[in-house]
Ligand binder design. Structure first.
Ligand code: SF4
Length: 334
C-alpha cells in the first residue's frame, strides 16, 4: 500500500485520490466497469428484513423490472469498449456493485469472480457487499485472488494474457453510520458491531485485500455531531479507501415518501463540505478518498438540489481544506 508523506498530502487536492493508487499499482489508470451479477440482498428477501434500506431504489427489487442480467463477459466487453473509445484505456477493474455481491455460496462466487478476472484487460475487481454477508471462507477466496495464487490468475499469467503478478482486489462494506438507532430507522438491518466484526475478519483472512468503507452524511435523524462520530469511528477502523456520500433522495424509495411527508430535512451543501473536510483530515495517510459526494445529476434524484456539479463540490472541499490549512491525515489518531 502506497502511503503518501504529509508533504505530498499538503498539496492540492489535499488528499490521496483513488486514481493515484491505480497509477502506483499499474503505472497507468484502471477504469471500473460496473457489473450486475444477478445477486439479491438479505435485506430484501426476508433473511434479514424485507423492503430494503429506505434509500434503496425499490424499482430494482422486482426481477421483472430489473430485467435480464446479461453475461459478465458481455458486460465487461461493453465497458471495455466504452472506456477504450473514450480514454484509450487498456486496464479495467470489474466492479461488482449491484445489490449484495457476496450473498451466495462460495462455489457460486468463485465461478462469477473467476469469470470476471479471466476476461482480457481485467486487472482486478472490487466487490461491494454488506458487513453481515461475509465469512472466513469467502474472504479466503478473495485473498487467493489478491495474492495471485488463484488458478484463474495463474492461467492468465501462463497464457501471457497479463503481466501483473497480483490483481488488485477490493472489498467494499456499507458502514453508512455507527449509530444503530439510525441504521434501524433506515431499515439497514445490520448493526455497527457487525461492521466492526467484518473489518476484523477481513484483516485476518484477507490481509492483501483493499478494504473500503462507505459512509453516508445526512441520514434521517442525524446531526453534524452524530455524523462526525461516524467519521471518527471510520478513521479508527483505518480503511484503505473511504467513500463519503451525502444522503440523496431517489424518487422511488421509501425515504422519498418520508421526505415528502416532512419527516426529515436533507443535508445542506455547506454542512456537507465541512463534514467531507473533517473526514479527509481524520483518514490515515495511506487511505484513498474514493468519493466525496453522492449522486446529484440523475434525474431521479429529488433532493437535495444544490445547483452545483460534482467537480464544483470537490473544488469546494479542497478550498475548505486550503482555508483550514489542513489535509488528509492532519487529524489522524493512528
Ligand atoms: S443493503 Fe444495499 S442492496 Fe440491500 S437493500 Fe440496502 S442498499 Fe439495497
Amino acid at each position: 500500500m502506497e502511503t503518501l508523506d504529509l508533504t505530498e498530502l499538503a498539496r492540492p487536492p489535499y488528499y490521496k485520490p483513488f486514481g493515484r493508487l491505480m497509477k502506483h499499482w499499474f503505472g497507468s489508470p484502471a477504469y471500473k466497469i460496473t457489473i450486475d451479477a444477478g445477486f439479491t440482498c438479505p435485506n430484501i428477501d426476508g433473511t434479514r428484513s424485507t423492503g430494503g434500506c429506505t434509500f434503496c431504489d425499490n424499482t430494482s427489487f422486482s426481477p421483472a423490472l430489473r430485467g435480464h442480467v446479461s453475461r459478465i463477459s458481455g458486460q465487461i466487453e461493453a465497458g471495455r469498449k466504452f472506456y477504450a473509445d473514450k480514454f484509450k484505456a487498456d486496464k479495467f477493474l470489474a466492479y461488482f456493485q449491484t445489490f449484495t455481491n457476496t450473498y451466495a455460496p462460495v462455489e457460486k462466487l468463485k465461478a462469477l469472480f473467476d469469470d470476471a478476472l479471466a476476461q482480457d484487460g481485467i486487472v482486478g475487481m472490487s466487490v461491494g457487499t454488506r458487513p453481515d454477508c461475509i465469512d472466513a471462507e469467502k474472504l479466503r477466496l478473495l485473498q487467493s485472488y489478491a495474492d495471485g495464487s488463484a488458478e484463474v490468475w495463474q492461467r492468465k499469467l501462463a497464457e501471457g494474457r497479463t503481466s501483473i503478478a497480483r490483481p488488485f482486489i477490493a472489498i467494499e462494506y456499507g458502514m453508512q453510520t455507527m449509530h444503530d438507532v439510525t441504521a434501524a430507522r433506515v431499515n439497514r438491518a445490520h448493526t455497527h458491531a457487525e461492521t466492526v466484526a467484518a473489518v476484523e475478519l477481513t484483516r485476518l483472512h484477507g490481509p492483501d485485500l483493499h478494504l473500503c468503507l462507505h459512509l453516508i452524511a445526512g441520514l434521517p435523524g442525524e446531526d453534524a455531531a452524530m455524523i462526525g462520530a461516524s467519521i471518527s469511528e471510520c478513521a479508527r477502523l483505518a480503511p484503505d479507501s473511504v467513500k463519503f456520500h451525502h444522503c440523496y433522495i431517489y424518487e422511488s424509495t421509501v425515504m422519498a415518501g418520508q421526505y415528502r411527508a416532512g419527516e426529515f430535512e436533507v443535508i445542506d451543501l455547506e454542512t456537507h463540505v465541512q463534514l467531507a473536510a473533517d473526514c479527509i483530515e481524520q483518514m490515515p495517510p495511506w487511505c484513498c478518498i474514493q468519493r466525496l459526494v453522492g449522486e446529484i445529476t440523475d434525474p431521479g434524484v429529488i433532493a437535495p438540489q444544490w445547483g452545483k456539479t460534482k467537480l464544483q463540490i470537490y473544488a469546494m472541499i479542497s478550498d475548505e481544506l486550503k482555508r483550514r490549512g489542513t489535509h488528509q491525515a492532519s487529524r489522524w489518531q493512528g
